[in-house]
Design a protein around this ligand. Structure first.
Ligand code: F6R
Length: 243
């Protein structure tokens, strides 16, 4: 796409079409959602479609990819708060249909929380549409380089490069959490349709590696080559190193 806006509208329209199709069939629509800077315009467009074009989220069930650990749900940097501010507070989604990894639980409860998260995705019928951003190091969700193709929802240690990339959201680098809870690569690859979005020149080198080089757990996004319905949605700059 020429720019972030056009790419974002494309993704929002694809999501809206699936929501409407499922509604017509009397079924739930299960969305896997990302945070960060990349999907903000997608969410803004979904909110616009709800407010001005009657798109209802009453049949939508969501599962977010990840959350920092530990973090208060109301902290400025919490992905739970991000989702409320960018999407959930502005549409008619049922609160009980929203799922986000909980960064407030005591550590000893996280293992069960992750297993429950996986079970809830399965009970919901699996993810229909998953949206992803990509880290400069190739991470998807918070599956950092070295994450197994078979990984499930779990607690992980954030790479230093990720902590630095995300440090602008925090007062200083030492306050960026060292841990996070993330869906696994296997969780993501089970989604029926995946859109990975990347905007701007900073993402060009990792997009090139993930799309055109060999599949390797060192570039987690390259594992999407093994998925049969993944679309990379790029602006000119993010696509500029593709051959
Ligand atoms: C966020 C997530 C991350 C981001 C990635 C890119 O939920 O899962 O993988 O998508 O770090 O972040 P931005 O979009 O801020 O460049």
């Amino acid at each position: 796409f020429n720019n972030l806006k056009e790419g974002s509208l494309f993704i929002a329209n694809e999501i809206a079409a699936v929501i409407r199709q499922k509604q017509a069939e009397g079924k739930k629509c299960v969305l896997g959602l990302a945070t960060g800077s990349s999907p903000k315009t997608v969410y803004a467009e979904l909110v616009r479609l709800h407010k001005t074009e009657g798109l209802s989220f009453s049949n939508v069930v969501t599962f977010n990819l990840d959350e920092y650990y530990p973090i208060d749900q109301d902290a400025l940097q919490s992905y739970n708060r991000y989702m409320r501010e960018h999407l959930f507070n502005h549409v008619d989604i049922k609160p009980e249909n929203i799922h986000i990894p909980n960064g407030e639980l005591p550590k000893e409860e996280i293992k069960k929380h992750c297993a429950d998260y996986e079970a809830m995705i399965e009970e919901a019928g699996g993810i229909d549409v998953q949206i992803l951003g990509i880290g400069n190091n190739g991470h998807i969700g918070f599956n950092e380089p070295g994450s197994s193709r078979f990984s499930k929802t779990r607690m992980i240690t954030l790479d230093n490069s990720t902590r630095i990339a995300n440090s602008f959201e925090f007062p200083n680098i030492s306050e960026v959490p060292r841990l996070a809870v993330t869906m696994g690569i296997d969780t993501i690859l089970k989604a029926r349709k995946i859109y990975l979005m990347a905007w701007g020149p900073m993402k060009a080198p990792v997009v090139q590696k993930a799309v055109e080089e060999l599949v390797t757990e060192q570039i987690p996004a390259s594992l999407l080559q093994q998925h049969n319905d993944t679309v990379y949605v790029l602006d000119e700059m993010a696509a500029s190193e593709l051959t």
